[in-house]
Each structure stands twice: as structure tokens, then as C-alpha cells.
Design a protein around this ligand. Structure first.
Ligand code: CU
Length: 202
């Protein structure tokens, strides 16, 4: 019992250290969401470490002002170029529910940039030279997807950084979700692998 408690404490300590190093790395992002001509949407796939569910399932978070925020409602502006950065800490793969999840759709130029290096600075600097240009990912190499019912589909490699550019050209309330069989709880849990997408009027 004592050993078990000890290992729980060690795991908790590692999580705290890990989480604080993440927020340190991300702290530089600050309030730059409108500064570069495009709107920056930073998504992080990370294990839940607080709140109601601490079972260790991976969830999407929105990185804002250096903090991981819930992804239950993701707000984006209408008609503006949006740079989506996805940082996926999950090393595992999970099969998509449909083969359409393999294809990159709804992004500028039809491709995303992907890298196995995980960091926000890498995500910001990711170019066609430092990253791989991707238009599809085979089902067995997909970890999660970021998919919306507005036609956007971004398959995500395990333990990767990806960058995509897109536009949302209709104001309204939509749904985003991961199209993978990545967990019976997370798949249906708002703020984990599914949520609302709100396209805000100009
Ligand atoms: Cu998923």
C-alpha cells in the first residue's frame, strides 16, 4: 500500500513537472493571435490531469495565453485565414472510423505540414523544408483527427506537430471531433475528442 502511494505520488510529481514545463514553453505565445495576419488556433492533444476525469485519456486542449483551455467550445473568426497548429503528445495510433479520415481536406493548398518534433517554436517555424508536406495519412499511422462538419479534416500522426491553414466561410455553430476509435469515454466526451465549433461573425 505504501509503495503504491509512493508510485502515485511520483507519477503526480512527473505530471506536475511536465505540465509546468509545457506551460513554460508555451508562455511565449502570449496574445499574438491576431498579430501575423492570420488567426492562430493552437491545439494540444494531451492527457487530462485535472477536472472530473483524470483517467489518463488523451484530450484536445486549446492553448491560449500559455494555458491549456478546454476544447468543448472552440471559437474561430469568420472569413479570416486561420493557422491551426496541432501538437500531439500521444504516441499511439487508433484506427479511424471511416476511410475518409485519412485524407487532408478543407485546408489551403490541400496539404498540411507535419513534423515528429514536438514544440510550439517548431510549430511556428515549420516550413516545407523542415516539415513533411502531407495530403493523406494511412489509417494505421493515424493517432487522432481534427475534423469539423464544415469539411475540414486533419489526420494527425502520433507524437507530432502539424500545421494547417484554413478558412471558415459560414458563420454559425458547428461540431468538431476526432474520427478515430481512440477511447470509449473520450470519443463521446465534450472537450475531449468532440466539441462545438463556433464561427464568429465579423
Ligand atoms: Cu482521438
Amino acid at each position: 500500500m505504501k509503495e503504491k502511494l509512493q508510485s502515485v505520488l511520483i507519477v503526480a510529481f512527473i505530471i506536475v513537472v511536465f505540465a509546468s514545463s509545457i506551460s513554460y514553453v508555451f508562455a511565449e505565445e502570449g496574445n499574438q493571435q491576431y498579430s501575423s495576419g492570420y488567426y492562430q488556433l493552437n491545439l494540444v492533444i494531451e492527457k487530462q490531469t485535472s477536472g472530473n476525469n483524470t483517467s489518463g485519456m488523451y484530450s484536445f486542449y486549446v492553448l491560449e495565453n500559455g494555458m491549456l483551455q478546454p476544447s468543448s467550445v472552440i471559437k474561430v473568426p469568420f472569413g479570416k485565414e486561420i493557422k491551426i497548429t496541432i501538437i500531439n503528445f500521444d504516441q499511439g495510433t487508433s484506427l479511424p472510423l471511416a476511410s475518409s479520415a485519412e485524407n487532408v481536406t478543407g485546408v489551403v493548398s490541400g496539404t498540411i505540414l507535419a513534423s515528429s518534433s514536438i514544440s510550439t517554436s517548431n510549430a511556428q517555424a515549420l516550413t516545407s523544408k523542415s516539415g513533411q508536406s502531407v495530403s493523406e495519412i494511412p489509417a494505421r499511422e493515424i493517432s487522432h483527427t481534427f475534423t469539423t462538419d464544415t469539411g475540414l479534416n486533419i489526420p494527425i500522426y502520433p507524437h507530432s506537430t502539424e500545421v494547417a491553414y484554413t478558412y471558415f466561410n459560414t458563420v454559425g455553430n458547428y461540431t468538431w471531433g476526432c474520427m478515430c476509435q481512440c477511447g470509449i469515454y473520450s470519443m463521446d466526451a465534450s472537450g475531449s475528442m468532440v466539441g462545438q465549433l463556433v464561427v464568429l461573425p465579423p
